[in-house]
Design a protein around this ligand. Structure first.
Ligand code: BGC
Length: 824
């Protein structure tokens, strides 16, 4: 038996796999960018363009932290435009910006280096937690445009505003972050006064204040580029040249002003950073704007096309609990092909519980329709899934009354097409209450809605008998033996060995399966017992692995071949002498992973089939690099636009989030032995003080909004792993919450996979490792000898039983023994 097995490629030549996935990244990027405004600017007529803005040359491809990527190269907006034959009329401003970018980057790096001076190389994790992660990378904005910067020989200007954010810190409600800086605002004024056609590009992982559009009239077009991954620049050029028609739609509501978001002044550090009361209840995103009749700048689901579409409803049917609406979409434009997204919203009747005005229940994206072309499709959903949670009876109920079914092109622009009549309240599911709020939080109560539906709209009567009552059993979990080996081993492993399985091995030491720079793996000390380790890599924009690595002949990582150039990696210089390979010695291992667009952009495609392809593509990269579990998708709800990790998450809407997460899961898991890790379960909606904040969420809200997406992903696609979060929910850390990890996840949703902690989450307070295992969290990551010691002591003292460890260890073994790398 070999001592170790090294994955990755032995050459750094571009592989066919890279080329194939790169093409997919471009398609996704082009399909997910959203055209927000277009007064005759796009597609561009001119080929000569005045180009400005921080994102033009230093285009931000994605966010920072674990969600970062280390791709071979990324195409900037400027490069993409040049590749497509555009001429940049003047680069004076851009050249100047380069210089200031380098200066600011250097200042940032020096600042970091100063602060990490006292850390030892093996304290990398602490260094990350205490300095690197929490030192905001404020993306430079450049200086003011001067008259000499403005080329005369064009009528078209593009200005790309750029922002970057990432884990451990939230965005700031300040100029240069949520607000445009004075420089940006002035520059846009200058361009708007000078050029006939001005396109504003938003190169940011999250929402910005765009009230500038109310103050300046000359900005004719706005494109939400998000962060486009390695092919962002080429995709951008595809859109502005007209070779691709925009078909992305917003997955969040863009407010006129920040204060329009629910309890906006109380979010994160603006309020009580350690106690976040979800006072808006279920009224998150468009649900809030609708119920309070607040006019958004752009509503949820919104996006323009170059083409125009006509959506015709051709009949609504009801079969048991399944509602289906047939629609025909016709491209009524003369010049452009395009795709339309049809969205179905349901309005539930107010009763004992007050409801949102409308909720997304289904959607469908057409194929590419040529001018005059048409396509017919069916939007379908199960009425059961629209039930509301009644805390008093601990039941999910569909209340008696009239249910409006709306079809349209966004959350505001839709038409009633049928009304469902339910003559009595149905209890759909009997559950049990979980996680009480720690104090009364004064939840918002909207006005009661008195929906009166016009007589001529077709009525369909719901047959209450078609609903079978579901009732969750809450037995204590037992070991699940999914493979023969799991059963055999669970019986024969010693207590110490079980503990080894439930705690990751940390960062050092050599495992059997070696994926260079994998951020996590399972135990490396059970090889002699015939149990190899499996490896985990971050996401969610792809696999976050170091591209160039070196190993000694005996398999000791020499780490990297060169220090990455990306500015957020400046810290690595600190450990340079320890991580740089000696030239020419040992093995070289190359892992050039595809940087797909930020997850918000992916969701903006509203195309689950395309996102499933992304999952398949990532699966090919996992196979190449020996990764078994991908630590993605991130699927927390965009509760507020300032959350630093929103770019890693899909949407403010749980149905859309769950559907997209299920799609990427299906894609990855279509490869035998691979798995996703949906994260962060749950309510990791704030980054400042993420490990100590208590997200105080009324149960109905928790179930209908924050758990709903996870539930969809689990039920529809069976992810192989779930990662709990850092934060507390209602005063309890999620990794130590039996309510979440056992009652909800396993008993109610029937989940039988692996649950792991977020990195070092349970290392902060004594007793928390034990609480993890007792609460149904199987694997403590990345793992530390202290965690093993604590579990062993707990066994001795009787706080932990062998049976508890067997249950957890079985979930780890199931993944190992059915993994892509299972062989010794
Ligand atoms: C992040 C996780 C990530 C883990 C491993 C944590 O800081 O919150 O999303 O998967 O690190 O890198």
């Amino acid at each position: 038996m070999a001592k170790f097995r090294l994955f990755g490629r032995k050459t750094d030549e571009i592989s066919d796999r890279e080329l194939v996935n790169r093409r997919l990244a471009r398609r996704v990027a082009a399909e997910g960018m959203v055209l927000l405004k277009n007064d005759g600017v796009l597609p561009l007529q001119s080929k000569r363009i005045a180009l400005f803005g921080a994102g033009a040359r230093m285009t931000v491809k994605g966010g920072t932290g674990s969600g970062n990527m280390q791709e071979r190269y990324s195409v900037s907006i400027e490069e993409g435009m040049k590749n497509a034959g555009f001429e940049i009329a003047s680069t004076r401003w851009l050249d100047r910006f380069d210089a200031s970018y380098e200066e600011e980057k250097e200042a940032w790096r020096l600042g970091i280096e100063e602060r990490i001076k006292h850390y030892k190389p093996w304290q990398v994790q602490r260094m990350f937690d205490e300095v690197i992660h929490v030192t905001p990378l404020r993306f430079p904005v450049g200086d003011e445009i001067c008259p000499e910067d403005l080329p005369e020989d064009t009528d078209t200007a593009i200005y790309a505003v750029a922002r970057q954010a990432g884990e451990s810190t939230d965005r700031r409600l300040e100029k240069g972050d949520y607000y445009l800086s004075d420089v940006e605002e002035n520059n846009l004024r200058v361009l708007a006064a000078k050029y006939d056609k001005v396109l504003l590009v938003i190169n940011s992982g999250g929402i910005l204040d765009l009230s500038i559009l109310d103050r300046i009239s000359g900005i004719g077009a706005v494109l939400y580029f998000v962060q486009g991954g390695e092919e962002g620049g080429n995709a951008f050029a595809d859109l502005i040249s007209g070779s691709v028609t925009p078909s992305g739609r917003l997955t969040d509501t863009w407010a006129m002003k920040y204060e329009d978001y629910p309890y906006a002044g109380e979010f994160g550090a603006l309020g009580d950073v350690l106690q976040q009361d979800y006072r808006e209840g279920i009224y998150v995103g468009y649900r809030w704007f609708d119920v309070n009749k607040i006019e958004p700048r752009w509503p949820f689901g919104y996006g323009l096309s170059y083409a125009d579409f006509d959506i015709e409803e051709q009949g609504t049917g009801l079969c048991g609990s399944t509602v289906s609406v047939r629609v025909c979409v016709r491209n009524v434009s003369r010049d452009y092909s395009g795709k339309e997204v049809v969205q179905l919203y349901i309005a539930k009747p107010d009763g004992k519980l007050l409801k949102e005005r409308k909720a997304l229940a289904a959607f469908w994206k057409t194929g590419l329709l040529a001018p005059d072309g048409q396509e017919t499709g069916t939007l379908e959903f199960d009425l059961r899934d629209c039930a509301s949670y009644d805390e008093e009876s601990a039941c999910r109920i569909l209340e008696a009354g009239e249910y409006g079914i709306y079809i349209g092109s966004d959350s505001r622009n839709n038409t009633l097409c049928a009304v469902l009549l339910l003559d009595r309240t149905i209890v759909v599911e009997k559950l049990t209450n979980i996680l009480p709020v720690p104090h009364p939080i004064g939840t918002f109560v909207p006005d009661r809605a008195a929906a009166e539906y016009p007589r001529e709209v077709p009525r369909l009567t719901v047959d209450a008998e078609a609903f079978v009552l579901k009732e969750a059993g809450y037995e204590a979990p037992k070991p699940v033996m999914k493979t023969q080996q799991t059963g055999d081993y669970i019986k024969s492993l010693s207590d110490r060995e079980l503990v080894e399985l439930c705690v990751g091995p940390g960062y050092s030491g050599l495992g059997y399966n070696v994926t260079p720079t994998a951020v996590g793996r399972t135990s490396i000390s059970l090889l002699k017992r015939g149990i190899p380790n499996i490896n985990f890599s971050d996401g969610p924009a792809g696999l976050n692995l170091c591209p160039k690595n070196a190993y000694t002949k005996s398999g000791i990582p020499n780490y990297v071949d060169e220090v990455p150039k990306d500015w957020q990696w400046g810290w690595i210089r600190k450990i340079e002498p320890f991580v740089l390979a000696k030239p020419g010695r040992g093995y070289r291992v190359y892992q050039y992973m595809t940087c797909f667009p930020a997850v918000t952009l992916q969701a903006q495609t509203w195309n689950p089939a395309l996102i499933e392809e992304v999952g398949k593509a990532i699966g090919t990269e996992m196979t190449e690099t020996g990764v078994t579990l991908w630590l993605a998708p991130g699927m927390n709800i965009h509760r507020n636009p300032l959350c630093g990790r929103n770019f890693e998450y899909y949407s403010e809407d749980p149905f859309l989030s769950g559907t997209m997460a299920a799609a990427v899961t299906r894609g990855v898991q279509s490869h035998k032995g691979l798995g996703v890790t949906i994260k962060h379960f749950c309510c990791n909606n704030q980054e400042d003080k993420r490990e100590t904040v208590s997200e105080n969420v009324p149960e109905r809200t928790l179930r209908e909004i924050y758990l709903r997406g996870f539930e969809i992903a689990v039920r529809e696609a069976k992810p192989r792993a779930v990662m709990t979060s850092y934060n507390m929910v209602n005063g309890v850390h999620t990794f130590a919450s039996r309510d979440l990890c056992v009652k909800v996840l396993r008993s109610e949703w029937g989940y039988d996979g692996l649950v792991m902690t977020d990195w070092t989450a349970s290392e902060k307070n004594p007793g928390e490792h034990t609480a993890c295992i007792l609460s149904g969290n199987d694997l403590i990551m990345p793992g530390h000898p202290k965690a093993k010691k604590e579990l062993q002591d707990a066994l001795k003292s009787g706080r932990l039983k062998r049976a508890d460890l067997e249950t957890a260890a079985a979930n780890v073994l199931n993944v190992i023994f059915s993994s892509n790398v299972w062989e010794i």
